[in-house]
Design a protein around this ligand. Structure first.
Ligand SMILES: Nc1nc2c(ncn2[C@@H]2O[C@H](COP(=O)(O)O[C@H]3[C@@H](O)[C@H](n4cnc5c(=O)[nH]c(N)nc54)O[C@@H]3COP(=O)(O)O)[C@@H](O)[C@H]2O)c(=O)[nH]1
Length: 917
């Protein structure tokens, strides 16, 4: 059975109020008590208040406060309580504005004064203010009328409030009767109280009288409701009987499920949608209860919704979820439940209109899920509008970037720019994003604290219904740790953990790359395999940790001996391999080997304090002569190394055996050259230079000679390049200059005229920044006037760095030294530079002098050089003149000077008297 306690909004006439007040006064008088009637409208507002004693305001207030505080103390937290007095006054105003419920003379007055009086009357005084305050909403909604009535009916007759736990605090009331008043349907109307300030003041007789009045009022309420319903129906012009067939057709036309249950909860009506949804015909639905149709669990859910609607007395919307079991989806229903009354105001049942909102719920669930994913994602998420302005970011984003929300909303993501990517990168990104709707890649961005970090980021375009760009969503992960791990793994994969040198795999990659480049640029390479001799003995005798120490130190030493462009790798326990690039021939490789071998000259001082010595065997293969691919080069270097080992260790070998021989020669030469100066093995010879017209001596060229006790006479054409390679050329060059200058001084002191002594300057000498100062110092130290000195610099050296040459040669020229371009015609001279160079003379290379005047090419070149030199106002000297024909030709073609075997071979100074005047 459904129980209805709805609020009913039917106005009460003044006449009825007056009559009820009279009854109240009468009983109050008979029983020597005070009476009060309080009524509510459908909105839960105080609509009528009748009192037998207009002066009993504080008692009424206490009564109200007591009832409400009693309730609110149980159900409402104090924090929800708000100032009450004005609210009660407002209620009074609502009462006064209702003309049908105007209060009689001994009710509260409706005039403004009376309202004010009432406001004062129910304003909190000292004693009341300690009670919880009564707010409008507490009476009207939080403390519902039904609850209040329930409280009232529970305490029908309290003869001594001090003995009653609920009433003990209400000190102004000694005894009280409270009766609830209801409409015929059971809906609350209000309540009736008789009270006395003393205990026992209200007795059972008063109770009987009160019940009489209560019954009378309730009876009258039934009549009022009937009259009101009839009048309403009349004014609407509604038919008294609804045609049920038409009604059925009407409700069948709705998609929603429409049904009606009577007061007993039995279905009396349903539409076609219900039949379809419940998969049963109307005949099986009508006449049955929810429990009969659906079983107890579902029935309870439906009945709970009905109960809420009936209790509230108003249409309500309830959402009901029916469990679809494990295999099926839940069914979500949203039902508008409307409690209905008959014309007599009696509850007759509930009308329901149900929609299936499962789809809506599913979308809602998806949204909740998406929101939670967004919030809780460990990846940073940033959303921008189509202009790129940030509209949302998630928590992970803050954690990763260090920004807070307010700093980001409305900003453009370019504030994270690290500067690592150029415009072309972002152009590509945007093109992909706009063309494909998606872009994924790695970006370096900047945190708020300025540090930059790598992200793996996916940017997606979100379009609206018409396909226009609405948002961009970027989801990214900070991959700093991943990058570090990758770098560590790469290092582990490609580098030796002990020495941190590239390992075999890395070496092979580099070797392959170098071979490709050497092929392209026509270069040569040397691969040097280095195997430490008998390293096992070190490990066995001193332990592996000492062995490791020595390998680390050895790696360091070897690394310091190879160039920045060269590669040094540890490919095995005691095996290293060096890749030397930028070599022109096997001699260059020999020089590199010599340098590598030097690292074994010093002992290795290990942590035990021991001074240990190592030697190594080395094998060399050259690209392209010993192999044109990486594998072959390494294999052949290895084979050469084994040959060196077999030859007694502490040795080296070229893969091509003849090169090994050459290399040994070269090394011998190299070693011998180191001691040549100290051993006085170097000396100078002088070759006269003559004026071609007068045939008089104009000078001598100083030519270096080396006679080694073991190796014999060695040509400067052989040892000067070696001296350059091993860095001895500066020392040797200075010795030549000093020796030539001293010879000049000697001749001067002997009164011999020699013109100028010409000294050859190697390229490396000129490149040295101290060269000009060195020359000045030698002139100063020897005392030779600069006008007796000439320096010969080859054309190719001058043109290597013409700007530097111009600067230094000018300084030398300013001293009074004459400058000649040696081997002219063998290199490429820029005429532009040539005319800027502070030079005095061009020397036609002997290769062009040979066979003139018979060789037409050389003849033409010689003529051209003479013409060019003269055009630049330079003297021309021809070298290597061996025949009279050559001399005649040169003379006829205005060549100024000549030197060569025709006139004299290079000779010792004491043999040159014939050329000195
Ligand atoms: N940096 C230095 N280079 C030097 C020095 N001394 C010599 N050199 C250079 O070595 C190259 C070889 O020199 P050399 O063997 O001395 O040969 C010179 C002459 O002896 C030779 N010559 C002279 N006349 C004739 C000839 O009629 N026929 C012929 N076949 N050879 C002849 O020519 C060389 C001249 O050299 P240069 O005038 O310098 O071109 C050589 O390049 C020397 O420059 C030194 O102290 N420092």
């Amino acid at each position: 059975m459904l129980v209805g306690k709805m609020m009913i909004d039917v106005p009460i006439s003044q006449q009825d109020l007056d009559n009820w007040l009279k009854d109240l006064n009468l009983v109050a008088e008979i029983s020597n008590s005070k009476a009060i009637l309080i009524a509510w409208n459908a909105a839960g507002e105080l609509s009528s208040m009748l009192s037998s004693d207009s002066a009993a305001g504080s008692e009424i207030q206490a009564l109200l406060c007591h009832l409400s505080s009693n309730h609110s103390a149980k159900t409402l937290p104090n924090a929800t309580l708000s100032a009450a007095t004005s609210s009660i006054a407002t209620q009074s105003k609502a009462v006064s504005s209702n003309t049908t419920s105007t209060l009689s003379s001994n009710t509260f007055e409706t005039s403004v004064d009376a309202q004010l009086a009432q406001e004062q009357l129910i304003s909190p005084n000292e004693s009341i203010s300690v009670l919880p305050r009564l707010a409008h909403h507490q009476i009207t909604s939080s403390l519902s009328v039904s609850e209040l009535t329930e409280l009232v009916s529970q305490s029908q007759l309290i003869i001594d409030t001090r003995q009653h736990s609920d009433w003990r605090s209400c000190s102004s009331i000694g005894s009280v009767i409270c009766l609830s008043l209801a409409w015929p349907s059971g809906a609350n109307f209000g309540f009736l109280c008789f009270y006395h300030h003393e205990a026992q003041g209200v007795d059972s007789k008063t109770l009987r009288l009160a019940k009489l009045i209560s019954d009378s009022i309730q009876h009258r309420l039934g009549e009022i409701l009937s009259q009101h319903s009839a009048a309403e129906a009349l004014s609407r012009g509604a038919p008294s009987n609804i045609d049920t067939v038409d009604l059925q057709s009407f409700i069948d036309s709705f998609e929603e499920h429409i049904w009606m249950k009577n007061a007993a909860g039995i279905y009396t009506l349903c539409n076609r949608s219900v039949e379809k949804a419940w998969e049963m015909p109307r005949s099986e639905i009508v006449g049955k209860s929810d429990a009969e149709l659906f079983g107890e669990d579902i029935a309870n859910i439906f009945l709970e919704g009905d109960r809420l609607a009936i209790e509230s007395g108003m249409p309500i919307i309830v959402a009901e979820c029916l469990d679809g079991g494990e295999t099926k989806n839940h069914l979500w229903l949203e039902t508008l439940k409307l409690p209905t009354l008959n014309p007599h105001g009696e509850f007759v049942g509930v009308i329901g209109m149900t929609r299936n909102i499962s789809k809506h719920k599913a979308v809602e669930e998806q949204l909740t899920l998406a929101t939670n994913v967004f919030k809780n994602s460990v990846e940073g998420v940033v959303v921008t509008d189509r202009h790129g302005n940030i509209t949302d970011v998630n928590g992970a984003f803050f954690e990763i970037t260090g920004y807070v929300r307010d700093e980001l909303i409305g900003q453009n993501p370019r504030i994270f720019s690290s500067g690592r990517h150029d415009k072309a990168f972002f152009d590509k990104l945007w093109n992909a994003l706009l063309a494909n709707g998606k872009w994924n890649g790695e970006i370096w961005n900047r945190r708020k604290n300025g540090t930059i970090f790598p992200q793996n980021i996916t940017i997606s375009t979100i379009y609206d219904e018409v396909g226009d760009v609405r948002y961009f969503v970027a989801v990214f992960a900070d991959i700093s740790a991943q990058k570090e791990n990758e770098a560590q793994l790469t290092h582990l994969a490609y580098f030796d953990p002990l020495t941190h040198l590239p390992n075999r795999m890395k070496f092979m990659m580099q070797l392959k790359q170098e071979v490709r480049q050497a092929k392209r640029l026509n270069l040569q390479l040397a691969t040097v395999m280095i195997d430490v001799d008998l390293f096992k003995h070190i490990n066995d005798s001193f332990g592996h940790s000492i062995g490791d120490e020595m390998l680390v130190e050895l790696a360091k030493r070897l690394r310091s001996q190879v160039g920045d462009q060269d590669v040094l790798s540890r490919i095995g326990g005691d095996e290293f391999v060096a890749l030397i690039s930028g070599i022109d021939n096997s001699e260059d490789a020999t020089v590199a080997i010599h340098q590598l071998r030097q690292v074994f000259e010093q002992p290795f001082i290990v942590s035990t304090g021991d001074h240990l010595r190592l030697t190594a065997s080395m094998g060399v293969s050259l690209y392209p002569s010993d192999g044109t691919d990486a594998d072959t080069l390494l294999r052949n270097a290895d084979a050469a190394m084994y040959r060196a080992k077999n030859d007694g260790r502490n040795n080296y070998a070229f893969y091509t055996e003849s090169l090994t021989q050459q290399s040994f020669e070269h090394l011998k030469l190299q070693s011998a050259l180191y001691g040549a100066i100290e051993q006085n093995a170097l000396y100078l010879m002088y070759q006269p230079k003559l004026d071609l017209v007068t045939r008089k001596t104009v000078g001598f060229e100083a030519l270096l000679r080396w006679h080694d006790p073991q190796l014999g006479l060695i040509s400067p054409a052989v040892f000067i390049p070696v001296a350059e390679k091993i860095g001895l050329i500066h020392e040797i060059g200075l010795w030549v200059l000093e020796t030539a200058c001293r010879q000049g001084i000697r001749w001067l002191s002997e009164g011999k005229h020699f013109g100028r002594i010409a000294v050859n300057v190697a390229g490396q000498q000129l490149q040295r920044s101290s060269f000009v100062d060195d020359v000045k110092r030698v002139l100063a130290e020897t005392g030779l006037p600069a006008k007796h000195l000439e320096l010969e610099v080859t054309e190719s050296v001058m043109m290597q760095n013409p700007d530097l040459a111009i600067r230094d040669l000018k300084r030398l020229g300013d001293l009074g030294i004459e400058l000649s371009v040696d081997d002219f015609g063998t290199g490429y001279s820029s005429l532009n530079y040539l005319k800027k160079l502070p030079i005095h003379k061009l020397k036609i290379d002997q290769s062009f002098v040979r066979d003139i005047p018979f060789d037409t090419n050389n003849t033409a070149i010689a003529k051209a050089v003479i013409a060019l030199g003269h055009a630049l106002k330079l003297d021309i000297i021809a070298e290597g003149v061996e025949t009279k024909e050559q001399a005649d030709f040169l003379q006829q073609n205005q060549c100024d000077q000549a030197q060569g075997y025709l006139f004299s071979r290079p000779q010792l100074p004491e043999d040159l008297d014939a050329f000195l005047s």
